[in-house]
Ligand binder design. Structure first.
Ligand code: SF4
Length: 221
């Protein structure tokens, strides 16, 4: 099932969350990867069972309303992969900036589309209310396929995304799953710029029972 429908996108939840010191969150549906430790895999695999389609304006208005109600300074799209519906995402960021320019929009992404499409990063670089958190699922191309169920060549796309964001002065930081933070990845990030190393966030895996099952099935546990 398609999760992008002209200018609309499918979401299954809007909520206040504690991360980033408090953040209004819209949980979208759909992703171009299939990570073994994905905590939101049910909505990703079965988009027909959950959620509704929303316009960019509806999403931005809901996010800003939640942020104001809780006195948060940040908003985000989370759940699955926000970059899938490009025009919708850009419209959400733009509308949120118009509604409240002081709110920070945190774009959490696996970076694949930002590595594939440099023009996408050009578009993002126009927004001053934006910070990108680019999440690496593993530190080497060798186990990329086992972890993400996608071709190992895509590992390079994540690095290309970092390069694009860095070169276009978009505010960003890489997040790396601690258990897979291989020196190879750190070296490759350092090759783009040593200052990127200072920005790395090390992410801990939460091994819920459904995640353990999926990791065992891929022989990662
Ligand atoms: S990139 Fe994120 S949403 Fe997509 S499968 Fe991996 S963990 Fe899940």
């Amino acid at each position: 099932m398609e999760v992008c429908n002209e200018t609309k996108r499918k979401y299954y939840r809007f909520r206040a969350d504690r991360f980033y010191g408090g953040i209004a969150t819209a949980d979208c549906m759909g992703c171009n990867m299939d990570c073994a430790f994905c905590w939101s895999y049910r909505t990703r695999i079965h988009p027909e069972r959950f959620g509704e389609f929303y316009t960019a304006e509806e999403v931005a208005e809901r996010l800003v309303k939640i942020a104001h109600e809780h006195e948060f300074r940040a908003i985000r799209i989370s759940g699955n992969e926000p970059t899938l519906c490009k025009n919708h995402l850009l419209d959400v960021i733009r509308t949120a900036e118009l509604l409240d320019p002081a709110l920070l929009f945190v774009l959490e992404t696996n970076g694949i589309l930002l590595g594939e499409d440099e023009k996408y990063v050009d578009e993002l670089s126009k927004y001053h209310n934006l910070h990108v958190r680019l999440s690496f699922k593993t530190g080497t191309p060798e186990n990329f396929e086992q972890i993400t169920n996608r071709p190992k060549e895509w590992f390079e796309l994540q690095l290309k995304a970092v390069e694009n964001l860095y070169n276009k002065n978009v505010s960003f930081h890489p997040a790396i799953v601690k258990d897979y933070a291989d020196a190879y990845l750190i070296d490759r990030l350092s090759d783009i710029s040593p200052e990127i190393i200072e920005r790395i966030e090390y992410e801990s895996l939460k091994l819920y029972s459904h995640i353990r099952r999926r990791m065992k099935a891929r022989r990662l546990l």
